[in-house]
Write a protein that binds this ligand. Structure first.
Ligand SMILES: Nc1nc2c([nH]c(=O)n2[C@H]2C[C@H](O)[C@@H](COP(=O)(O)OP(=O)(O)OP(=O)(O)O)O2)c(=O)[nH]1
Ligand SMILES: [Mg+2]
Length: 310
């Protein structure tokens, strides 16, 4: 395999939240497919400079602000790439296809209707996934549990993982359906979380624990929504990639009261393990909104946790 081509890729968002895509010319690598605009990083150039140059050349827009989204290492049969994807959150100028390429502004939910290169699958997920995930914790009583959930929703936590290992499978199902109704009132997404018997159709997805990941061979039949997994090692990350899950938690990044005996990874090792992993990865364990910038620098999609908001 030859050297890896480093590519600066921009997910450009307009004030209405739509995203710009362009169609690659027929005769180039991955030709005819839709892409997020960008191009090769030149020798000695920084990622930010390369992105600004490519978007000026290809679209005549001036980049004003970016933030890292995801880095993806991918091997095509004929070429290896490292896509370094940034969100472009502010720009000036009106985008036009300078090289004759069709360009289109589309709603994030409509992105799956377009055909992209194979390496782009995790980008499509990263765009639609949030930066913060709240995992439900324990409570003094059932009434207290519902109060905590409602308070979290009121405070703007819109992606909730229903983790309730203390409930039987039946009690969990009942809780999940009621919680789903409450979440729907806030426009929030509810994901089932835990062992295989919690993978319920009718919810927005299922997040399997590391134990379920270890024994899993393929995407569960009947799971139509999001598929997440918990990982604590490079080996488990590799298993999640192989299975094709949509996103993962990697933990514990820092020391936590809930798992006092596990050795934290630390941000350096977290960043090292996450580098190039073609999946959105959430930092879990001793993190909160205040650690979000640090998590993103380390290559994370965002943070997940219980304590910071439950
Ligand atoms: N720009 C872009 N490239 C992508 C995406 N997905 C993907 O696999 N690639 C691959 C295709 C190419 O092999 C490589 C980037 O090539 P490019 O054709 O954009 O590079 P460039 O703008 O510098 O083009 P050129 O000057 O070499 O003609 O990355 C994507 O979403 N956007
Ligand atoms: Mg290009």
């Amino acid at each position: 395999m030859g050297s890896v081509v480093r590519v600066a890729v921009g997910v450009i968002q307009d004030p209405q939240g739509r995203i710009l895509i362009a169609r690659r010319p027929e005769h180039v690598h991955q030709g005819g497919l839709w892409e997020f605009p960008g191009g090769k990083v030149d020798e000695g150039e920084t990622l930010a400079d390369a992105l600004a140059r490519e978007l000026a050349e290809e679209l005549s827009i001036q980049v004003r602000a970016t933030e890292p989204l995801i880095d993806i290492r991918h091997d095509y049969p004929d070429k290896s790439v490292l896509l370094q994807v940034c969100r472009v959150t502010d720009f000036s100028g009106e985008a036009r296809g300078n090289e004759g390429q069709p360009v289109r502004w589309v709603e994030p939910a409509a992105l799956p209707d377009y055909r992209f290169p194979e390496a782009n699958r995790p980008i499509l997920h990263a765009i639609r996934l949030p930066q913060q995930i709240l995992i439900t914790g324990s409570a003094d009583s059932e009434a207290d549990w519902w109060q905590r959930l409602e308070r979290a929703l009121t405070n703007g936590h819109f992606w909730i993982h229903l983790r309730a290992p203390e409930l039987s499978a039946d009690a969990y199902r009942t809780r999940a359906l009621q919680a789903q109704a409450l979440c729907a009132r806030f426009g929030a997404t509810l994901i089932a979380h835990g062992p295989e018997d919690r993978c319920l159709s009718g919810l927005a997805g299922w997040h399997m624990n590391a134990e379920a990941l270890r024994h899993c061979e393929r995407r569960p039949l009947g799971l139509s929504g999001w598929w997440g997994a918990s990982c604590h090692s490079k080996h488990e990350l590799a298993q999640a990639i192989r299975l094709g899950v949509d996103y993962v938690f990697l933990s514990p990044v820092q020391a936590t009261r809930s798992h006092p005996d596990s050795v934290p990874l630390g941000w350096e090792r977290f960043a090292d393990w996450v580098a190039g992993v073609p999946l959105p990865v959430y930092a879990l364990g001793g993190v909160g909104p205040e650690t979000l910038p640090q998590a993103k620098v380390a290559g994370a999609q965002g943070i997940a946790g219980i304590r910071y908001a439950w």
